[in-house]
Every structure is written in C-alpha cells, then in structure tokens.
Design a binder for this molecule. Structure first.
Ligand SMILES: C[S@@+](CC[C@H](N)C(=O)[O-])C[C@H]1O[C@@H](n2cnc3c(N)ncnc32)[C@H](O)[C@@H]1O
Length: 202
C-alpha cells in the first residue's frame, strides 16, 4: 500500500518553502533510486569531461557521479533543506552544492552543460519561458542542455508535463535538438512520459 501523503502548508512551487517542506517530510516522489542510464550513457560517449551545472538539484543526484567521472560540476538549489540533504549525500563533493536561485546564479566558470532532471517540470508553465531564456543565457554557442524531459498535459502539478510541440517552440529559438531517445528505467511517476534529450545552444 502506498504511504499516505503528508499535509503541506505551502502550495507554491515558486517558493523555497514549498520544497523545504517536502524534503523535510521526506515526500520526494520525483527522486530516482540509482543513476539513470541516460546520464550514464551520455557521460560514457562524451569524449572530454565537461563543466556542468545541475539546477534544482534536490538531494544532489548526479553530482557525485559527474565529479567521480572527472567532470567539473556544480549543483544548485534554492531550498535550504535540499542543499543540506545534498551536501550530506555527496560526501567529499559537498562544496560543489550551492544554495542559489537558478534565475540569479552566476557560474564562476563557463559552462559546457546544463543537466536537466525534474527542474522544468517542477515549475508551472508560466515560468517556462523564463527558464528557457536563462538556460540560453548560461550556455555559450555549442553548449549543451541535456537530461530528462517530462511530457504530458496535466494542468495540475508539479510535475507539470509539457507537450512535445510546446517544448520545441520553447527551445528552438535558442537550441537545436541533437538527441531524443526513450527512457527504459523511469520511476513510476515519469514512466512512459519522459525522454532523454540533448539540445545544442545555437
Ligand atoms: C522536483 S525537484 C527535482 C530535484 C532533482 N533535480 C531530482 O531530480 O531529484 C525540483 C527542485 O528544484 C528546486 N528549485 C525550484 N525552483 C528553483 C529555483 N528558482 N532555483 C533553484 N532551485 C529551484 C527545488 O527546491 C527542488 O529541489
């Protein structure tokens, strides 16, 4: 039987408090267990280590994997509870977890990659143009936005699924899609509704 959903005071995913509450009550249904195969494969086929940013990192999944692979990664989150969990989870890489708002964060080094995992879908659709614009601002020409994109049309969220055509319209002014593949190891909340994608900054 599924565990009961706790009571929450905050209903606004644009506020750090919304996410704090969910991390503090250990209600994190978006979290994958191990490292997703899509990320493993991407790292394996990438010739050079990249300088990566993980926006909205939650409990920090992906950071230690990239650092252990010799990549230069930073994970940010605006929820203090998420940052505390992530710093604990990533051990020696705790200094690479930064409490910061994605829309204000200025990376200390030029980025090659933004890794997307349950960040776009954490935000209501009205925010998507701002997210896409910030992704584009943070990446130089040739830089990559890669990760998991959640498709759907439910007006209620998070997670807020995006229609394929809407994602194309959102990103194509700044990015060209260079990878698009099915995901076989999704967790139930995303199963059959997500793809691994990589978008190259124009
Ligand atoms: C659905 S969770 C996904 C966490 C993680 N990416 C994962 O897949 O496990 C969304 C995360 O985005 C963070 N977040 C939302 N808005 C943010 C913002 N403006 N700046 C930084 N982090 C933000 C939340 O605090 C939360 O940890």
């Amino acid at each position: 039987m599924a565990a009961p959903v706790p009571e929450f005071a905050s209903r606004d995913p644009l506020s750090p408090g919304f996410w704090d509450e969910r991390f503090e009550k250990a209600f994190t249904p978006w979290e994958r267990g191990g490292m997703p195969q899509g990320l493993r494969d991407f790292v394996a086929r990438t010739a050079q280590p990249l300088s990566a940013l993980i926006p909205g990192c939650g409990s920090g999944r992906g950071l230690a994997f990239l650092m252990d692979a010799g990549w230069d990664a930073t994970a940010i989150d605006f929820s203090p509870a998420a940052v505390a969990l992530a710093q604990q989870a990533v051990g020696q890489w705790a200094g690479r977890v930064v409490e910061a708002d994605f829309f204000a964060y200025a990376p200390p080094r030029q980025l090659d990659l933004i890794y997307e995992q349950a960040f776009l879908c954490a935000m209501p659709p009205a925010m998507w143009p701002r997210i896409a614009a910030r992704w584009a601002e943070l990446l130089p020409a040739g830089g990559l936005l890669a990760g998991f994109f959640f498709f759907g049309d439910s007006p209620k969220g998070p997670p807020f699924g995006i229609a394929r055509a809407a994602l194309q319209a959102l990103l194509s002014p700044h990015f060209e899609c260079i990878e698009d593949s099915e995901v076989a190891d999704s967790i139930p909340v995303f199963a059959g509704k997500e793809c691994w994608m990589a978008w190259r900054r124009r």
